[in-house]
Design a protein around this ligand. Structure first.
Ligand code: OXD
Ligand code: MN
Length: 592
């Protein structure tokens, strides 16, 4: 399929190590994909679901020990340890190549090596970057066909160039003790072994589009961020774009596909999804920051997705979708997960492949779930009813506002605005979420997750903050930076803000601020809304006093947070830029 000597010699080298029985090039054609689906069904790797109810949909179960990203086994292998920094795991590249070569040796014996040429971003566009993933998993091939742009046109666009990301994945024995997800940013290389779970093996996503791309972005003057992108359409047809970063499992996909509350819908407001997980951002000729979603599909968390939380996501999954680790409704040959509806199937197989009795389900005990809490759908972007018409625009969309968010019971108000790009960078750098009862471990523990990139920055976090500051200087008409918190609780621990579609009310305040249309109150942490500027029309039980409470700054909890921020900066180490300490000092002084 190509005469590119760099590609061919690399594949020869990887094949000599892994020793597959045969090599198959993925051309992006429907015929080839269909043959692979049939093959996966014949071996039990996938189950073909009810084609009347779920056309083009399949179910897959991963190994029981292989259900999530493994941060402890994810490495950034730069020649100097300081370049990976203290937040990342590091291994010396030479040592790592040697160690993993042993695990890869003969790992594809008796198997097929698939060669997947793919593009992150629209093939041939300024934003696009190309990759080739070698894998021995049909599941990976079929997921990559949904999540990225795959095919011979990628090889044509690459031509004779050596400028592509080399990804090698082998399932090997799925041995947890020898599971590695490693990145060699200096060599444009990703190696993944002993896993079959999406986030570890769909190498275009977190590995390339965030870890390697963040490294490249710094080198080349652009940004790769863990952000959704959405467009808010006004009744006059004008559309303004927001990108937003939240830690994993904070509802990015829901926000990206938000349905406006009725009072807005009736007036003609709409929200369009450009992306739900990753944004690549570049400064445009017009001095604004432009964003594309480099992916081509959604790899979303299934549990909790329903016709209230995210009807658009649910609709997206009704065809051409691969479900992973959800409940199999065997009577109907369909799927189910906790939080889909109140009718769990009576005849069902759980994510582990065992007969599942929903009567034994106990909300407080995750081990009784039918679907794994991190079970997923891999669905095509084009099947999303609210997909932006700019999704395929190679130039991307201009960003008016950048929004950071976390899950904080008390500390962060519903929304606040930073006072400058530098201050906004600081706000992103101190982003945090508190663990909830839903997650394993202690409740209320603060995990700092700068710009939601803690697990995804392919280099030193201090240098990453510096890159943000540098980028700010290069964007004459930079987006304004905000922080939101949908998760403030009352004294009984109940969420105060309704969230979901009603988050639109906050987005509109944010966009009004970008246009200078509303005033705000300056506090120690930044600008907060005047209560009357958040529209509460049609909201049950929310008064202006509730909003005042939601946007109030809890000085004591902020003061308590300072020590934790300092500790976190100390952990990142001596590359945290002076500007961040300046901002921290300013905050401390203003808090008094
Ligand atoms: C994801 C994540 O899967 O952030 O998107 O973990
Ligand atoms: Mn994510």
């Amino acid at each position: 399929m190509t005469t590119n000597k760099y590609v061919l010699s690399w594949i020869d080298e990887m094949a000599a190590m892994t020793q597959p029985d045969r090599i198959v090039w993925i051309d992006g054609s429907e015929e080839q994909a269909e043959a692979l689906r049939a093959e996966a069904c014949s071996t039990g790797e996938m189950i073909k679901l009810n084609q009347d109810k779920l056309p083009g949909c399949y179910l897959h179960r991963t190994a029981v020990n292989d259900v999530a990203r493994v941060e402890g086994r994810t490495f950034i292998c730069t020649s100097k340890k300081e370049d990976a920094g203290n937040i990342n795991n590091w291994m010396d590249p030479a040592e790592c190549y040697e160690k993993l070569s042993k695990l890869y040796k003969g790992a594809m014996k008796g198997r097929t090596m698939y060669v997947i040429p793919y593009s992150m971003g629209i093939v041939g566009s300024d934003f696009a970057k190309y990759g080739i993933e070698l894998t021995d998993s049909i599941y990976v091939v079929l997921n990559m066909l949904i999540m990225t742009r795959v095919g011979t046109n990628v090889l044509e666009a690459l031509g004779d160039s050596a400028d592509y990301i080399k990804g090698l994945h082998a399932k090997a024995d799925l041995d947890e003790e020898n599971r590695y997800i490693v990145h060699f940013p200096e060599d444009n290389t990703i190696w993944s072994v002993n896993s079959g779970y999406g986030g570890n093996v769909l190498l275009g996503k977190k590995c390339f589009a965030l870890r390697i791309a963040s490294y490249l972005g710094r080198k080349e003057g652009w940004m790769a961020e863990h952000m959704l992108i959405l467009g808010v359409e006004y009744p006059n047809g004008e559309i303004k774009y927001i990108s937003a970063a939240f830690p994993s499992a904070c509802g990015k996909t829901n926000l990206a596909m938000l349905i406006p509350p009725e009072i807005y819908g009736k007036k003609g407001y709409k929200v369009w999804c450009v992306g739900d997980d990753i944004a690549w951002l570049r400064v445009g000729k017009d001095g604004r920051l432009w964003a594309v979603n480099p992916e081509n599909g959604f790899f979303g968390v299934a549990p909790g997705t329903n016709d209230k939380s995210n009807p658009n996501a649910l609709a997206t999954t009704m065809k051409d979708t691969i479900f992973t680790n959800v409940v199999h409704n065997t009577a109907e040959n369909t799927v189910w997960w906790e939080g889909l509806d109140k009718n769990p199937p009576a005849e069902a197989i759980d994510w582990k492949g065992n007969v599942w009795d929903f009567n034994k389900f106990d909300k407080a005990d995750k081990s009784t779930c039918g679907a794994h809490p991190n079970s997923r759908f891999t669905a095509k972007a084009i099947n999303c009813p609210c997909l932006s018409k700019e999704f395929d625009n190679p130039a991307g969309v201009p960003i008016s506002a950048i929004v950071f968010g976390g899950r904080r019971a008390k500390t962060a108000p519903l929304v606040y605005q930073s006072t400058s790009w530098q201050h906004g960078t600081f706000v992103g750098s101190i982003m945090a979420s508190e663990t909830t009862a839903a997650a394993a471990g202690a409740v209320g523990v603060v995990r700092r997750d700068p710009m939601a990139m803690r697990p995804f920055t392919g280099y030193n976090m201090g240098d990453y903050f510096k890159h943000w500051l540098e980028m700010g200087k290069k964007i004459p008409n930079a987006p304004k930076i905000f922080h939101v918190n949908w998760f403030r609780t009352d004294d009984e621990g109940n969420f105060i803000w309704p969230g979901f579609g009603d988050n639109m009310r906050v987005l509109l305040w944010i966009l009004d601020r970008c246009e200078g249309k509303v005033d705000a109150d300056l506090t120690a942490i930044g600008y907060v809304p005047k209560a009357e500027d958040i529209n509460i029309e049609g909201l049950d039980g929310i008064t202006l006093d509730t909003i005042r409470d939601l946007v109030s700054v809890d000085t004591e909890s902020w003061k308590a947070d300072l020590a934790n921020i300092k500790e976190f900066y100390a952990l990142i180490g001596d590359r945290v830029p002076a500007e961040m300490f300046e901002e921290l000092k300013g905050l401390e002084e203003r808090l008094g």
